[in-house]
Design a protein around this ligand. Structure first.
Ligand code: SAM
Length: 266
């Protein structure tokens, strides 16, 4: 499946900052609890974006690990490298497209992680097999992605605002089914850990900022909603009005992120 999706640095950073500001829980801390991290490990983070997970591993392991972050976006890799320089270049950031064979030999890494990216792969079994190939025997794969019940309130507001059917999202529609099945078929052991994080917005404005950062670059996925640039602003106005109505009724807006962590052993 070809997925027309390009993440921009500013949209990704906006969503990360909103999670930090309004979320009740810290997903990086949860990952560190769930993952079997040890010093001197070789770690590959696939779809590393601006390096969020790489820097979290680096700090947790006090810099004692070989960490590589790979991504297809030059812009996000440059952003990651900017931060890396400030931290003494302890992580290696390099181009990696998970739709083609990885440029690493078999049995190279103790841990391969992939946060909020695997569902953009064109051929999920191919990408999962590449992750399996580059892992050492007994190595761990960890992926995160949205569960079907993720951010229901976000979709309900959009549905009420537009009266339109919400298109299936590549993440929540496939993560706990097709992607989990592909991991189970390839790895010897698989388990799923669920992370729930309610984001409580004390006003409409940060919810709208989150919605813009989610919808603006995903416009091709939401093609029934946005045919032109003007449609985007019209839909955003409609969403703002409904969000305002919900806010006046409930005194707050609560959007719960429901993330599945797939943890698998080679
Ligand atoms: C939602 S972002 C997540 C980034 C990062 N892991 C995080 O959690 O902050 C999705 C990432 O997948 C990357 N991506 C999309 N298609 C890719 C591909 N074909 N190969 C590698 N990375 C890809 C995007 O560039 C983006 O950095």
């Amino acid at each position: 499946m070809k997925i027309e999706y390009v993440e921009t640095t500013s949209d990704l950073m906006t969503r990360i900052n909103i999670h930090d500001a309004y979320g009740a829980r810290d997903i990086d801390k949860w990952m560190l609890d769930v993952l079997p991290l040890e010093q001197d490990m070789a770690i590959l983070d696939v779809g590393c974006g601006a390096g969020k997970q790489c820097f979290s591993y680096l700090a947790h392991l006090s810099g004692k690990a070989e960490i590589i972050g790979g991504d297809v976006s030059e812009e996000l890799l440059a952003k990651a490298q900017e931060e890396n320089q400030k931290l003494g270049n302890r992580v290696t950031f390099q181009p990696l497209n998970f739709n083609v064979p990885f440029l690493f030999p078999d049995n190279t890494f103790d841990l391969v992680s992939c946060s909020f990216a695997i569902y953009y792969a064109e051929d999920i079994p191919f990408t999962i097999k590449e992750m399996h190939r580059v892992l050492k025997p007994d190595g761990t794969l960890f992926t995160t992605g949205p569960m079907p019940e993720n951010k229901q309130m976000f979709y309900e507001i959009i549905k009420e605002a537009t009266g339109k059917h919400i298109p299936p999202m590549p993440g929540s529609s496939r993560y706990a089914s097709e992607i989990l099945d592909a991991v189970k078929a390839t790895f010897s052991k698989t388990k799923i850990e669920v992370f729930e994080n309610p984001l409580t917005f004390p006003s409409v404005e940060p919810f709208i900022a989150y919605t813009r950062a989610s919808l603006s670059e995903d416009r091709l996925l939401w093609n029934a909603f946005f045919q032109t640039k003007e449609d985007f602003e019209t839909v955003m106005d409609e969403i703002t009005q409904v969000a305002q109505k919900w806010f006046e009724r409930d005194g707050k807006l609560v959007m719960t992120k429901v993330v599945g962590g797939i943890l698998a052993t080679k």
